[in-house]
Ligand binder design. Sequence first.
Ligand code: NAD
Length: 363
Amino acid sequence: MKIGIPKETAPNERRVALTPDAVSRLVKAGHEVVVEAGAGGEAGFPDDAYTTAGARAGDPTTADVVCRVQKPSTVEVGKLREGTSLVGLLQAATSTDLLRLLAQRRVTAFSLELLPRITRAQPMDVLSSQATVAGYKAVLLAADTAPRFFPMLVTAAGTLPPARVLVLGAGVAGLQAIATARRLGAVVSGFDVRPAVKEQIESLGAKFLAMEERLEGEGAGGYAKELSADQHSRELEFLARSVKDADVVVTTAAIPGKRAPILVTRAAVDGMHPGSVIVDLAAESGGNCELTQAGTQVMHRGVAILGPVNLPATLPQHASQMYARNISSFLGHVAKDGALRLDFTDEITKATCVTHDGKVLLA
Ligand code: NAD
């Protein structure tokens, strides 16, 4: 099978879908790889590292399967040959026009954010690998923005107490944020609507913040479900009291297919002390803080509210390395004997394949 690696063209995207290491494994497995000039340059993988790994420099659209990070532009779809396959984070649920175009060109497309979160799919789980990067980077941004140290310092110039960090939403990104803030020496607490995460938070040396009322926010597939309006308003009151004591709040809460829930209202920010920092990882899906603006920093009464977008692209080497592992596992799953063999009774293929045989398959 011939696999193509294009240079990403989305603004500020510095990741690459396959790294030289991954290429070397694919070539050993009998595949051919063609890489566009400069594809891995911004992630720290120069062209000659790819050729040393066994790839050929050239036009990736000549491949049977094109592997990308971000979805292609209309111009890029126009260059894909009929019968080609495409793998990437295509954001299929919000890309109706793109899917129609891909189907018209008879491209078989796989949108990897749709992978089911099942044990068998864990090695391909791009959402988890990239959320790990985002959670880590969110804390570094907070530490860089905060006007104070994270660790406690006992110095001749006085004793400085550690920063108090509160992480709202303890999924993959949230747990990584907790671990990173702990490593920097902060005193960390975590909160989630899924009671199951209490133990995970505590095993990282953080405190689980519990409401008096036990929230049963666990929905299908281990994800959260939306709280009732009453429960949500009690949650907001509880969090408004909790964020007052925090120097840093990192929010990561999400509900699949829905706008991110508001967890920190304007009134709650009013109650925070000047110099506090909020990093809202849900900025791209509407924000967990009422004042967040995606892609920028807002100052409100001395509180900095950061709404970073596409944080994984800011750590492109390791983000690409993890992504490349995910893609390689996915290719290993859908390809047999040097070609794609699609089995639509397989949960992974069925969930991720969004165009095939001239049709859009997404419901
Ligand atoms: P996510 O990005 O969908 O959500 C982040 C967190 O926000 C979740 O922990 C969620 O419970 C929380 N949240 C939602 N609404 C909230 C609210 N109102 N208040 C507070 N918190 C709220 O989650 P994710 O990181 O993608 O992980 C979701 C689940 O999937 C986790 O249980 C994780 O362990 C599981 N998972 C399973 C696999 C697998 O088996 N392959 C892989 C990855 C993740």
